[in-house]
Design a protein around this ligand. Structure first.
Ligand SMILES: [Zn+2]
Length: 219
């Protein structure tokens, strides 16, 4: 009797594995990967075979290999802000990937640093871009730069140089403002659910709940 129960249990485990595998290979699974170079993070997020790149800060060869190996089509590169450590690889990526670029209108002119004088989409904040089966909510969070944005995709927030693990972005640029940065974080990010995962432009990930409790700048 005990043996029969064991056999039935094993059959269920095998059946469950087959169903899970079928779901996994249905082409609708989430793509989420981080590439780091010299401390700057670039992310790929998408669904199935289509994806969006957030920032273009480095490790380009490894990223292009990953895109090729997985047969991904990149629809957009969305830049969190106009600092060159986050967009310096753009001239190497757009011609190869044939994708569009988006940046906030206030930071757009900084792309001239890499001889880029046009973007396909100038963001204002408040847009919800529907790309690769996902919704990309653009949140204008000025402070680190005038045109800094955070991008919310489901429960993931790409925070650029606005919010880091237990710290905040610097305010040393011409268009920086410490007061605006704190206001942006408190009014536009801390209103999000505690469980929202935060993926910054530098360093490791965190959550809104963790920053609410432990980030000394936000007291
Ligand atoms: Zn920056």
């Amino acid at each position: 009797m005990k043996e029969n129960i064991e056999i039935v249990r094993n059959i269920f485990i095998i059946l469950f594995s087959i169903i899970s595998l079928a779901a996994f290979s249905s082409g609708n699974d989430l793509i989420f990967k981080m590439f780091s170079s010299a401390g700057t993070n670039t992310y790929i997020i998408g669904k199935g075979k289509e994806a969006v790149i957030i920032d273009a800060g480095g490790n380009t060869k490894q990223m292009l290999d990953y895109i090729k190996q997985n047969g991904l089509t990149i629809q957009y590169i969305i830049l969190t802000h106009g600092h060159d450590d986050h967009f310096k690889e753009l001239p190497k990526l757009t011609p190869v990937l044939k994708c569009k670029t988006a940046i906030h209108q206030y930071d757009f002119k900084s792309l001239a640093y890499v001889k880029i004088y046009k973007a396909d989409l100038l963001l204002k904040g408040g847009e919800v871009l529907e790309l690769c089966g996902l919704k990309f909510e653009i949140i204008h969070t000025p402070g680190h730069t005038g045109g800094g944005i955070c991008i919310k995709v489901g429960n993931k927030l790409f925070s650029g140089d606005t919010l880091f693990f237990e710290t905040i972005g610097n305010t040393v640029s011409k268009s920086s403002s410490y007061e605006k940065l704190i206001a942006s974080i408190k009014e536009k990010l801390l209103i999000l659910d505690d469980k929202t995962e935060v993926y910054p432009g530098h360093g490791g990930s965190t959550t809104i709940g963790h920053e609410r409790t432990f980030n000394g700048f936000l007291k």
